[in-house]
Design a protein around this ligand. Structure first.
Ligand SMILES: Cc1cc2nc3c(=O)[nH]c(=O)nc-3n(C[C@H](O)[C@H](O)[C@H](O)COP(=O)(O)OP(=O)(O)OC[C@H]3O[C@@H](n4cnc5c(N)ncnc54)[C@H](O)[C@@H]3O)c2cc1C
Ligand code: SF4
Length: 592
């Protein structure tokens, strides 16, 4: 990249938000520079076909591969050498765990691909129960972007007419895979408890995309974009249901930025990517408008600048917040675009609790393939009526994800069964393993967190990373809302195990505190620079545009005003596309 080159847009980060912004902007003709802190990554090198037995320690997690040997994260995890973060409290339950990926494509290389839309209630939570805040956008405004994203990345699922879990228009979703035996059993028995089991929505190609018609729908009046997208879609194979999506997918059957967004964006000739480049701050002119970014070339340690008419931050919500803090100046002494004082507040994650049991009906089923693309079904939140009539002691809700069937064995398969095997040994132990393999059912709640004042970050006054950049210090505490929600999820999960005729090693926990995951542990962290209708109470407007710096935009989860019980990434993608359209419009009008 020539040092004096001036781009239309400089994007920081190449994950979900950055990938979508780069795609939308370059397809429309904007000249874009993407700056990525991680290393270059070619998804064709993904080790999809190895088995755990081929890996050191049979694939078990190690300090440098914290989700297991084959996890798709290259150069990242809860801890990264030389890139610390700090927690204010020594109490683990008040600490925030921060997962970062340092590779092209960010966390999209190994995310779970569960891609649920937020619903109409989710964008207006304050109006429903007086807690948190409403988003400055409605579901109806975001819906066309959900449609576009689902068509582009490929999402399987079904229209089920579930309250607050919107259906996609006909022709948008791909057909869902059939449910496994255990998933069918949960559906049948769950019905008796009034619970619905629906096909999950997942960013996986159950069939090949329709490369003949989708490109024209996504890029009307743009033949070049249509041609490039059609070619890109033809490069993607359909899933063959046999490997672990968390490793990434070398045949491009699931969505990751490196297989879906970046190849067509590069094919336009409008995108340049610089990897191993750690952005420290957004640079400003005397009028307080963004001029580009300052970054560290990680290979040489040198400071470099990139210049653009517009700057888009997509470094992952908390990293974007950190960049804004580190961009403070005489004009913005509290951090860039932070006169409202809202820049560090209201970080959210997904509260989760788990419960499992063993189901004799699933023992020793006829041997058949139970491979697939992770889970195929879930239990959507269905207690709206009980909530409206005051029968629940917490607001908002959770959906339940559950795992059944014979999974590809790992080093831990078969451990922790003593409560069933009574410590059997030798031949008996082997027989017990065969008997119980595939008969365990695990339920995990995926809940909504109500934003609270105790979850925030700030710059640590002393600690810096290896490039001398100040790091974040986190503060965290779940509120009673999440604690009570977790206890409810335990109770419902235990009822489900009983309805399946199963048993569990322990009783459901009534104190949600004891079973809630830690802050950040579910890796759905959002917030920290929320969008709003009032500049005094938010960092950006409804377009992710900083109120105080009109050529500065955020397209990751930092702008989330709430974090529904739907996993966040599909909404990050939809909002990033919407923001990118707005940037194009504002640039064409000469407003930015
Ligand atoms: C194991 C796992 C499972 C998950 N499952 C799901 C799921 O099923 N459904 C779901 O919705 N979500 C899931 N998620 C979360 C999902 O991955 C994130 O919501 C999503 O990737 C966020 O996109 P992003 O663009 O904000 O950040 P990222 O994808 O993390 O991308 C940010 C990029 O910015 C780069 N960057 C950071 N700092 C800088 C800097 N200073 N300078 C330059 N570049 C920088 C990073 O290296 C990274 O490449 C999962 C995550 C993990 C780890
Ligand atoms: S299960 Fe399908 S989408 Fe997932 S990695 Fe394997 S082929 Fe790819």
């Amino acid at each position: 990249m020539p040092a004096d080159r001036h781009y239309d847009v400089v994007i920081v980060g190449s994950g979900a938000g950055g990938g979508q912004a780069a795609y939308t902007l370059t397809m429309a003709g904007a000249k874009v520079l993407m700056i990525e802190a991680g290393r270059h990554f070619d998804p064709a090198t993904t080790p999809m076909f190895q088995i755990n037995g081929h890996a050191p320690l049979r694939g078990a997690p190690t300090p440098d591969k914290q989700l297991g040997f084959y996890d798709g994260t290259a150069g990242g995890g809860w801890t990264i050498p030389g890139e610390p973060y700090v927690n204010d409290s020594a109490d683990p339950r008040r600490q925030f765990m921060w997962w970062r990926s340092r590779m092209l494509g960010g966390r999209t290389n190994h995310w779970g691909r569960i891609a649920l839309r937020f619903g109409p209630y989710d964008f207006k939570p304050y109006s429903r129960d007086g807690l948190g805040v409403d988003w400055p956008v409605s579901y109806a405004e975001v819906a066309p972007y959900y449609d576009k994203v689902e068509m582009l990345i490929g999402v399987f699922g079904a229209a089920e007419g579930i309250e607050n879990s919107p259906d996609s228009p006909p022709g948008v979703l791909l057909p869902p895979p059939p449910l496994r035996a255990g998933e069918r059993l949960v559906a049948q028995r769950g019905k008796k408890l009034g619970l619905t089991v629906a096909p999950i929505h997942r960013a996986v190609l159950s069939v090949r995309q329709d490369a003949d018609t989708l490109p024209a729908k996504l890029h009307p009046q743009n033949p070049k974009a249509q041609r490039i997208l059609a070619e890109s879609m033809r490069q993607r194979a359909a899933c063959f249901w046999a490997t672990d999506c968390h490793r990434g997918c070398s045949i491009k059957a699931n969505y990751q930025s490196t297989t879906v967004h970046l190849p067509p964006a590069l094919a336009t000739g409008n995108l340049e990517i610089v990897t191993d480049a750690m952005v420290r701050e957004v640079t400003l002119n005397a009028a307080g408008q963004a001029t580009g970014v300052l970054y560290i070339d990680k290979k040489t340690g040198e400071e470099r600048r990139a210049q653009g008419r517009v700057v888009v931050l997509a470094a992952g919500s908390q990293e974007s917040v950190r960049i804004l803090f580190n961009s403070k100046s005489a004009l913005f002494p509290q951090g860039l675009a932070n006169s409202s004082g809202m820049l560090w507040r209201y970080i959210m994650d997904t509260p989760q609790s788990s419960f499992h049991g063993q189901v004799p009906l699933l023992e020793e089923l006829p041997r058949h393939s139970e491979d697939g693309a992770g889970i195929h079904a879930y239990v959507p939140w269905g207690f709206y009526r009980e909530q409206r009539t005051g029968q629940l002691d917490f607001p908002r809700g959770y959906h339940i994800q559950f795992v059944t069937g014979r999974q590809l064995p790992s080093v831990t398969t078969g451990s922790g069964l003593e409560w069933l095997t009574a410590g059997s040994y030798g031949r008996q132990f082997k027989e017990d393993q065969r008997r119980y393999y595939g008969s365990l059912v695990g339920f995990s709640s995926v809940g909504e967190m109500v934003p609270n004042e105790d979850c925030y970050s700030e710059l640590d006054p002393g600690v810096k990373d290896k490039w001398g950049i100040p790091v974040l210090r986190f503060h965290w505490q779940w509120s009673e809302h999440e604690v009570r929600q977790a206890a409810h999820a335990q109770k419902i999960s235990a009822e489900l195990i009983s309805a399946l005729g199963g048993k569990s090693p322990k009783a459901p926990e009534t104190d949600g505190r004891k079973v809630l995951t830690r802050g950040g542990e579910i890796i759905h962290e959002v917030g920290g620079a929320r969008m709003g209708a009032d500049p005094k109470k938010s960092v950006t407007n409804a377009w992710g545009q900083a109120w105080e710096v009109k050529n500065l935009f955020l397209v990751d989860g930092a702008t989330f005003a709430s974090n529904a019980d739907k996993n966040p990434t599909l909404t990050i993608l939809a909002l990033a596309w919407r923001t990118s359209d707005y940037i194009l419009e504002q640039m064409s009008k000469g407003e930015i």
